[in-house]
Design a protein around this ligand. Structure first.
Ligand SMILES: [Zn+2]
Length: 406
């Protein structure tokens, strides 16, 4: 069993102005207390109790503020702009009446029960799990986003691990944002054509705004691009997970850490937003894949990136890649992205075949007595040459010196 924690966003439904104002007040009060606490040294903060703090807020909520300011993150904070109200797991309750779910917690006007909206079909089973007790609820935060109030609830659930030997490889790139493929059989392509187009458009507008020095608009524009990329990554990761589920397989991706520095890209394609490798958030796709797979009990496995796109997935020999074509010296042809993802899927236990007889003779003839690339001498090499006794059917001594008598 794996324990998986995530946060779900629950919207308060039909929140009247009175309650919205109350939430606002609570948040203000919460922030005020937190900032007051921060003005004291950490030692004093630790000894603080709710009784010593004068506030309209309920002690359960004040307690949470004290905890927050003494936590590692709180200790580094100088001042809070806004600190949302946090309700810990013992102080809220979920209830259901008919088809409406509601959450009750202490507010300024006592304990209130406020209905919440089941916005996404994903949340329905989660809420039912919370009511039945199969899913544990943690604390939740009251957060205002775009003039709407939400409860950000953290939940922990047990997911049975799926034991599987099968693997899918997932190669990420530009022409295809992602290609997933099993060792044999059809793969899935996520083409990046329209994405490229749209990214160029984003870049163009960004430059215009930059030149016009419209920085506020620029910030907005960048956020818009980010949201759009996020949405695409969500879609792709979701489909990959579905594909993995149908194959009952773990997913292997290449470890792209540091790939920006090592992967070469010409200046021209680097400056073209459609082609640049820097702008696409592969990392976010990876994170999304990771947690979505974990929810299904599957794993995301990372393997080193070098040679995944250079070796042939059929025979393991290093071949030539020319854009989307991959050709191997043994005559195998593959689509290069598909080839890379196949390589990833069979990464473990797959290596290029070493022809022992042939390679040993090559090593001998080149005089590499202490192994390839001057590796440290092993126990065989340290033995002195004189101690060898030649065991051979062929009598070398007589061959070299025919006059020698038998
Ligand atoms: Zn081949």
């Amino acid at each position: 069993m794996n324990k998986i924690t995530r946060t779900i966003k629950l919207k308060f439904v039909n929140l009247n102005r009175c309650k919205a104002q109350m939430f606002e007040q609570m948040t203000e009060e919460n922030t005020r207390i937190a900032n007051k606490l921060l003005s004291w040294p950490i030692k004093e903060r630790r000894q603080m109790t709710t009784a010593k703090i004068m506030s309209e807020l309920k002690s359960a909520l004040v307690n949470q503020v004290i905890r927050h300011t003494t936590s590692p993150t709180g200790r580094q904070t100088k001042q809070y702009k806004v600190l949302p109200v946090e309700v810990n797991n013992q102080n809220w309750k979920l209830s259901q009446k008919g088809s409406t779910y509601s959450i009750s917690f202490p507010t300024l006007k006592g304990e209130k029960r406020i209905p919440i909206e089941v916005a996404s079909p994903h949340w329905q089973p989660v809420l039912d799990g919370l009511l039945r007790g199969t899913i544990q609820g943690g604390s939740f935060k009251l957060i205002k986003h775009r003039n709407k109030w939400y409860a950000y609830l953290s939940i922990t659930e047990d997911v049975p691990e799926v034991e599987t030997e099968k693997r899918l490889g997932c190669d990420r790139g530009q022409n295809n944002l992602a290609v997933v493929a099993p060792q044999q059989g059809f793969g899935k392509f996520f083409k990046g054509h329209s994405v490229k187009h749209r990214r160029r458009y984003f870049q163009q507008r960004r430059q215009q705004l930059q030149e016009a020095k419209k920085f506020r608009a620029l910030k907005k524009w960048n956020k818009k691009e980010r949201r759009w990329m996020d949405a695409i990554n969500h879609t792709i990761s979701c489909r990959i997970v579905r594909f993995a589920e149908s194959h009952n397989a773990d997913v292997v991706i290449e470890d792209l850490e540091g790939c920006r520095n090592t992967m070469k890209q010409s200046k021209k394609s680097r400056s073209d937003s459609g082609e640049s490798r820097h702008n696409w958030s592969y990392y976010s796709l990876e994170q999304k894949l990771n947690y979505k797979l974990a929810l299904k009990g599957l794993k995301l496995i990372k393997r080193p990136a070098p040679y995944t796109s250079k070796s042939c997935s059929t025979c393991g020999v290093i071949g030539k890649r020319n854009r989307q074509d991959f050709n191997c010296p043994n005559g195998h042809y593959h689509n290069s992205d598909l080839n890379a993802s196949r390589n990833l899927s069979q990464w473990d236990g797959f290596c290029c075949q070493l022809d022992l007889q042939r390679d040993a003779s090559v090593m001998d003839s080149s005089g590499l007595t202490d192994g390839v690339f001057g590796t440290p001498p092993n126990s065989m090499n340290t033995v002195k040459q004189e101690e060898y006794i030649q065991l051979s059917l062929f009598d070398w001594a007589r061959y070299e010196n025919p006059t020698l008598s038998a």
